[in-house]
Design a protein around this ligand. Structure first.
Ligand code: FPP
Ligand code: MG
Length: 330
């Protein structure tokens, strides 16, 4: 069977197992059904790119990890990600995700936060059943994601945020979970060297992913999100930080705009166009390439495995699509 067919079959099994892990608790204490699991299903089922389950499958393929626990491992990775999104939408006040209203929009913040907690417990319980030795890394992962998320909140409105601090946030929010998918797969295969290398690969790829997200915010290529949402939400994204370091006048203008509680759409557009005019997108694309090159170098001897070659081609596709959009916008 070719890799694409195997991946499709695998993702089909992941969908089924994900749905099975989100069934109502039959406990008689619920008065209106299991609202927390219902919230989990609302976010998780039917939508989502399943990036982390794909990573689990490819990392596992590269080290020939035993296949029996892989679907459950992939589901755990998706549940951890989903828990973080439930919490993130509360933190950001996000009202739409994956083309649907968010759980916090429909059910309020309390249900969203507790549903995230429950999904996290479901993931950790499942990991403990696969192999209790998977749990310490997963717990450290959640702590790292949480620290990065609060660092991002603290960075809001800060146009002098050092780029190393932005990278810390990007690595913690996204790279840590990408890397963990490889750490867990290599652990199951009993390959400590692969574990170290896959962690590094995932971390660099996750940072590249976040930079791509920041670039798409400026190019307007992010489906379902308004262009310049980062400027509107006072988020010091990479293009914004690079732009203000090139243009002090722009720094003052953004600072002034961010001093008000709301920013007019024309103002946001005018600032966005000035960010583009500084050439910051080209530099952001370059920095994304540096991360992708570092990710690929981290694979070392595993780079020649067919599943790892798939990881590499995926990283290149990400770079090419974002670079194309950035060129058209500039
Ligand atoms: C989406 O980012 C959010 C994340 C990648 C992680 C958020 C992490 C936490 C809230 C910490 C808690 C973690 C767990 C596991 C419970 P984004 O806001 O840049 O993307 P978006 O536009 O899709 O919201
Ligand atoms: Mg968010």
């Amino acid at each position: 069977m070719d890799l694409a067919r195997e991946m499709n079959d695998f993702l089909g099994n992941v969908e089924q197992a994900l749905a099975a892990s989100l069934v109502d608790d039959p406990s008689a204490t619920h008065q209106q059904g299991d609202i927390l699991m219902e919230a989990g299903r609302h976010l998780c089922l039917g939508e989502g790119k399943r990036v982390r389950p794909r990573l689990v499958r490819l990392f596992a393929g590269a080290v020939r990890a035993p296949s029996a626990p892989l679907v459950d491992l992939a589901v755990a990775s998706e549940l951890i990600h989903s828990a973080s999104l439930l919490h993130d939408d509360v933190v950001d006040g996000g009202m739409f995700r994956r083309g649907r209203p968010t759980v916090n929009a429909v059910r309020g913040n309390i249900v969203a936060v507790m549903s995230g907690d429950l999904l996290l417990c479901t993931a950790l319980g499942s990991l403990a059943r696969i192999d209790p030795a998977l749990c310490p890394d997963a717990i450290a992962l959640v702590a790292e994601m949480t620290r990065a998320a609060i660092a991002e909140v603290e960075a809001r409105g800060n146009l002098s945020l050092p780029l190393e601090q932005l990278r810390f946030i990007q690595e913690g929010k996204t790279g840590s979970l990408f890397g963990w998918c490889g750490v867990a797969a290599a652990h199951l295969a009993g390959q400590p060297e692969a574990r170290r290398r896959f962690d590094l690969f995932g971390r660099h790829l996750g940072v590249a992913f976040q930079i791509a997200d920041d670039i798409r915010d400026v190019t307007g290529a992010e489906k379902g999100k308004p262009q310049y949402a980062d400027l509107l939400s006072r988020t010091p994204s990479m293009p914004v930080l690079l732009a203000v370091s090139r243009d002090e006048g722009l720094r003052r203008r953004i600072k002034d705009a961010w001093a008000f509680t709301s920013i007019a759409p024309e103002k946001v557009r005018e600032l966005g166009l000035t960010v583009i005019a500084t050439g910051a997108l080209d530099e952001a694309v370059e920095r994304m390439h540096v991360e992708i090159d570092a990710a690929i170098a981290a694979l070392g001897p595993w780079a020649s495995e067919p599943a790892a070659a798939e990881l590499i081609s995926w990283a290149h596709q990400l770079a090419a699509s974002v670079q194309g959009q950035a060129r058209k916008t500039a």
